[in-house]
Design a protein around this ligand. Structure first.
Ligand code: ADP
Length: 280
């Protein structure tokens, strides 16, 4: 038995003077039983990481799983918009002077969502905090949300290899990660940094979703590869991870997102079901 297994938490270890356990003790949510935590991550913003998180959550829920989504993108949260719940607010209950408990907001299909945009008074109110404060708030949103029993908690990670990504990857018991990219050499190069970071932290990667890989020409039905002549397979090969699938730039999907009808659109879309239904 390692000496770390005698500690109940990081603080417990610290108080016992066992400092080597800093990275091996994982933090669990306090209010619920979460079976699998999956991180969805990208190197750069705007490639569709939140969109893929939303698609995956919708399809997992359709399969009958109990699903939660933690929007860990504290300064650029977008999950409430995906699910059309941006007018709702989380109920916040104080536990003591510095600690609160959050109630997640449930989507129409029963996905439990927690996001900074369900906490701020106004949806467009910016969060102007330094890294340690952001990390502290994220920790509370993860630990102190009333998740209940969940089969899957999907974490929509902030882009890049910064402070928050490191906290999530080091402290939370992530089972595996899904990488989201667009097929462009420059994006792949930055995404590869995430792949290497995950490797260093010992987190398995399920594979990469190449989003916005092509657009269907309306006149000729051809796939136009707008960003790169290379195939999604070639980009996945460079990253050294399996290709989960490639998605087109889909303007009807964008319209459904703007109308808060993304869940309905996803469940009616044979390509999304084909790519993601068999994943879990
Ligand atoms: P990220 O989380 O990586 O910053 P988002 O998921 O927020 O990116 O996507 C950025 C923008 O691109 C959003 O407005 C989203 O609606 C749009 N988008 C993402 N994927 C697609 C797609 N396959 N087709 C059309 N629009 C998309």
């Amino acid at each position: 038995m390692s000496e770390c297994s005698s500690c109940k938490s990081k603080d417990d270890c610290k108080s016992k003077g066992i400092t080597s356990c800093e990275t091996s003790i994982k933090v669990l949510p306090k209010y619920g039983n979460v079976k699998n935590i999956i991180g969805v991550i990208s190197g750069k913003g705007g490639v569709g990481k939140s969109t893929i998180t939303g698609i995956m959550a919708t399809i997992l829920r359709k399969k009958g799983f109990k699903v939660g989504v933690l929007d860990a993108d504290i300064t650029g949260p977008s999950m409430p918009r995906f699910f059309g719940i941006n007018a709702e607010r989380s109920i916040i209950t104080p536990i003591d002077e510095n600690i609160v408990k959050f109630q997640p907001v449930e989507t129409e299909s029963g996905i439990k969502v927690m996001s900074m945009n369900l906490i701020t008074q106004l949806e467009d109110q910016p969060v102007i905090w330094r890294g340690p404060v952001i990390t502290g708030v994220l920790n509370q949103m993860y630990t102190n949300t009333e998740w209940g029993d969940l089969d899957y908690l999907l974490i929509d990670m902030p882009p890049g290899t910064g402070d928050v990504a490191l906290t999530v990857m080091q402290d939370f018991p992530i089972k595996e990660m899904i990488i989201v990219s667009t097929p462009q050499d420059m994006v792949s190069m930055i995404v590869k940094k995430m792949v290497i970071m995950a490797g260093k932290l010992g987190i398995p990667i399920k594979g990469v979703v190449e989003n916005m890989a092509y657009i269907i020409c309306t006149g000729c039905d051809k796939k136009l590869r707008v960003f790169s002549k290379k195939s999604a397979e070639e980009h996945a090969e460079y990253l050294g991870i399996p290709l989960i699938g490639e998605l087109p730039i889909d303007l009807e999907f964008t319209a459904a997102l703007e109308d808060g009808k993304a869940e309905e659109y996803v469940l009616d879309n044979p390509l999304y079901l084909l790519i993601f239904e068999g994943l879990y």
